[in-house]
Design a protein around this ligand. Sequence first.
Ligand SMILES: Nc1ncnc2c1ncn2[C@@H]1O[C@H](COP(=O)(O)OP(=O)(O)O)[C@@H](O)[C@H]1O
Ligand SMILES: [Mg+2]
Length: 277
Amino acid sequence: MSSNHPVRVIAVTGGKGGVGKTNVSVNLSLALAALRRRVVLMDADLGLANVDVLLGLDVKYSIADVLDGSRSLREVLVNGPGGIKVVPASSGVQQLVQLSNHEHAALIHAFSDISDQLDVLVVDTAAGISDMVVNFVRASQEVLVVVCDEPSSITDAYALMKLLNTEHGVSRFRVIANMTRSAKEGRMLFEKLNTVCERFLDATMSYLGHVPFDENVRKSVQARKPLLETAPNSKAALAVKELAKKVDEWPLPGGPRGHLEFFIERLLASSSADTLV
Ligand SMILES: Nc1ncnc2c1ncn2[C@@H]1O[C@H](COP(=O)(O)OP(=O)(O)O)[C@@H](O)[C@H]1O
Ligand SMILES: [Mg+2]
């Protein structure tokens, strides 16, 4: 049942709402797909402006249908733009923190079933530092923190990283500065966060890069189409494509950590471990 095919699992998070997590998740997914990676975007946000809304997807089934055994994960996956596939958000996502043994097994099996058909799993997380966000992030191999140059974004991102680091042992964060007015502003924003992290956390932060403020992003959201399709040569789209190239060059984890089953096991194990302590 287990496959040996490595899958990169990237959680996109940030603490605060409205900083651009969903837009980064969607467009990074499309850019990675354009680099010929097979990408599944998992929507782990039950909020309003989530992936299926942003992409105007027609969603029939959800993770809840996988859990009760009525659908396979393949049937739940929705074809998105640019060849990406989407696991739509549903209340089933929240259920993931309290599964029965049977549901647990069903979910592991469902993901094993698709793991040899994807290279990258991008997880778009909700705002805030709920258990659900923490669970998804700490189960992922890579944590992408989206920040923008506002005090509340910086403090929320720091609070999230602090919790993940001190309580859950997450020790590596990658940062994207979004809605920047210049490359320099993005770099300075990263330095600000990095200074605090170096001093107070036992974690490494690295800067992935910035996505400039670009009106085309808002327009694409209104059109319910991804920026990479509505304005592929816009400043923001070009920036995302650059970031995707870097992401694609990150080393892949070897051994069990690089397998999709590991993500799901960890997603489930982490939640039950909490209730035991
Ligand atoms: N690079 C950008 N330039 C301009 N506006 C942006 C940019 N990124 C995001 N936005 C705006 O911010 C809004 C919130 O983005 P979204 O991705 O939904 O944030 P989150 O998922 O963090 O809540 C979008 O609807 C868009 O209008
Ligand atoms: Mg969002």
